[in-house]
Design a protein around this ligand. Structure first.
Ligand code: ZN
Ligand code: ZN
Length: 188
């Protein structure tokens, strides 16, 4: 039963058109090289820039439009080095995540998105499609209920900053890392 649910969730979240090919590397951040040739998002700032609709860039980060937008503005913001996912982050990464949150807000400022319509966060493995850390920067509302289901926010309770969910807001991520924990699907 649990396996069937998991398989169903995987299909619902990843969809039939997921671009997972060549992105199955999942080594922990400290051991992984800075750039992974087969990683589709590493290619966005190296060999295959032309395939991405880039909207913002500096020396350390790159932002481009999602190829299947879930809402009016749907941007992917990535670091220009390979780190697999939000699960690999620790308290040492809080400054980087704060920087990504700030850049995300700058981008949404550019599009004049009101604060109440902003949402930013990460998918949590195994519910991420590309194994390269990417912050979803979004201007709500979502285009459909089915799409919205991919980005659930579960509030924390007690000492926990997050409930059960496969998506974590950037602010939740910062609080979880700040207290020395790591991010997972289960409450944390
Ligand atoms: Zn990569
Ligand atoms: Zn994602």
């Amino acid at each position: 039963m649990a396996l069937a649910l998991f398989a169903w969730l995987t299909v619902v979240l990843h969809g039939p058109r997921s671009h997972r090919q060549g992105s199955s590397l999942n080594s922990a951040a400290p051991k992984s090289p800075r750039i992974v040739g087969q990683c589709v998002f590493c290619q966005a700032f190296t060999s295959n820039r032309g395939a991405f609709d880039i909207v913002w860039e500096d020396a350390d980060f790159l932002a481009f439009r999602d190829h299947q937008p879930a809402c009016l503005h749907h941007i992917q913001l990535i670091p220009k080095f390979h780190i697999s996912s939000v699960r690999n982050l620790t308290s040492r990464d809080v400054d980087m995540i704060r920087r990504m949150e700030s850049i995300g807000n700058d981008i949404l400022d550019k599009y004049k998105v009101p604060q109440t319509h902003r949402k930013m966060g990460f998918h949590i493995p195994p519910f991420n499609t590309v194994q390269h850390l990417h912050l979803h920067v979004q201007a709500l509302p979502y285009t459909s209920f089915v799409v919205q289901f991919k980005y659930p926010v579960a509030r924390g309770f007690g000492a926990l900053n997050k409930g059960f969910s496969w998506f974590v807001e950037v602010a939740q991520t910062i609080r979880i890392l700040d207290k020395g924990s790591t991010v997972g699907v289960l409450p944390c």
